[in-house]
Write a protein that binds this ligand. Sequence first.
Ligand code: M6R
Length: 608
Amino acid sequence: MCGIVGAIAERNVLPILMEGLQRLEYRGYDSAGVAVRDVDGELKRFRSLGKVTELKKLVDSSDISGDLGIAHTRWATHGVPAERNAHPQMSGVRVAVVHNGIIENHSELRDRLTALGYSFTSETDTEVIAHLMADKLESGRALFDAVVETAAELKGAYALAAASPEDGDRIVVTREGSPLVIGLGERENFIASDVTALLPVTRKFIFLEDGDVAEVRRDGVSIYNSGGEEVRREIKESTLSNSSVDKGPYAHYMLKEIFEQPGVISETLEGRIHNGRLLEASFGHETAALLDKTRHVQIVACGTSYHAGMVARYWLEEIGIPCSVEVASEYRYRKVVVPEGSLLITISQSGETADTLAALRGSQDQGHIGTLCVCNVPESSLVRESDVCFMTRAGTEIGVASTKAFTTQLVALRLLLIALARRRGLASEQEEKMVNELHALPRQVEVVLQLGDKIEKMAQGFSDKQNALFLGRGAFYPVAMEGALKLKEISYIHAEAYPAGELKHGPLALVDASMPVVCALPDDPLLEKVLSNLQEVRARGGELFLFSDHKVNIGLDHYQNLTLSDIYPGTAPIVYTVPLQLLAYYVAVIKETDIDQPRNLAKSVTVE
Ligand code: M6R
């Protein structure tokens, strides 16, 4: 999963491309590159290892400008992060290519091209694309035809853009399984992996479909479908705010996004609850019809979104709806037995996660009654390909570590829970209680956010630690998993989550004075049991870091009361997630890691 951006204009496109790359860094940031057509009509390429800022230094120190260019920020798949593996990949000076995805038959193509005399300068699968296109240009094809014929030889998922000085005034793009949008301007047009890259220059977008090939010129765009017919694709106006991608006064996007949670939770509830009632009309008829038929729920997701699904399982089974939850990378390859009346729910912040999309696509003939996605990006593939959607309204999430997306997913799932519970005879007083609990959430999260300074102090206990354990029971087990994921992602401390009762079946052997143990202690029926589990930890010298919402006489190490008089059992997993996010954040600050762009990761995992 890499980021692609391109532009053709009557002005210098380099600043547009560099800004676009910076906005796409969430997709990968191992290395970056750009190729522009200079005044002599030649393609000039700059590439650098590391983030876009490194490339920018290189570009700024040159006096090159150009009216056509393509650029790329990379997340390594084939070939280590290195300048030689950065895109654009070129075949001599004939053609430059930027690519997002994986070409599965690249080694067979590489052998064939090597036999034809092409020599390779990188280990990437992308370089085969450049040489294949060059070969077709060599035999007299126009760039458009070279792209069409090359795409026909590729197996795998890709979005790619090509430019050639031999067929100068156009960028040719195609996609199969990876996202690509065209941005429309006045006598200038653009391409990118997503709309955020182009928000400073346009609001009008065309979303290409799989198999589309498009020729993007200064004065227009022509799109052809996989059958070679010219097609018109709808032009959509983006409502995304350009400022939503600014950091504001915060040191990191992650912190900004943690603090945005009260606001985005309110947004996610807006128009969906009123006067203690769920406004079911806001779901739409099709969703309501699906919920009427739902007898079982299958949730499929990855990472943080999977943890949201795991919390939802506890909620759904409490109202008598059988629910299974699975990570998409497993689900997609397994033979599944689908119970009668099963609704497939996919959860994804980006809506572009390759495994989740593949699970959705693979479900076509599995016998589900329908597919519903809980997603944060309206223009995403998941939204477009699901039968119905329930949008979270978290706004753009830039930090690789997901925070506000998770809590808004839980809010969305809670609303769906109420809708399903209604169909099982939910009493109106009970509905009112559930709705009011949701209504109280933004204020509760605000109170927890005020504990930042105290949690920052707690974080100091992790500065010299290599490992950490997170414990939870019931719906707080997935909350513990989410806390552990946050800590490992951004602080690089090895963190594992366990259901607290499982400790004595093995993990207790790891506990000694160097093992911090983090636990959320809600006031629920399992409290006493968790306290016993914690005593077992303490007896082995493990240091405890605890969060609770009432005055338990814990008398154990680092204890932070959430200072809320009422945390409701249903929404407590949402409230308790917030201190764990803050803890991970402050540990990472102490460790001086790259919080918004942790090593080896990318925000949107659009490859397998
Ligand atoms: O966009 P998605 O929600 O589908 O992404 C799923 C995971 O890749 C994502 O949650 C990942 O685990 C985050 N880095 C977690 O913070």
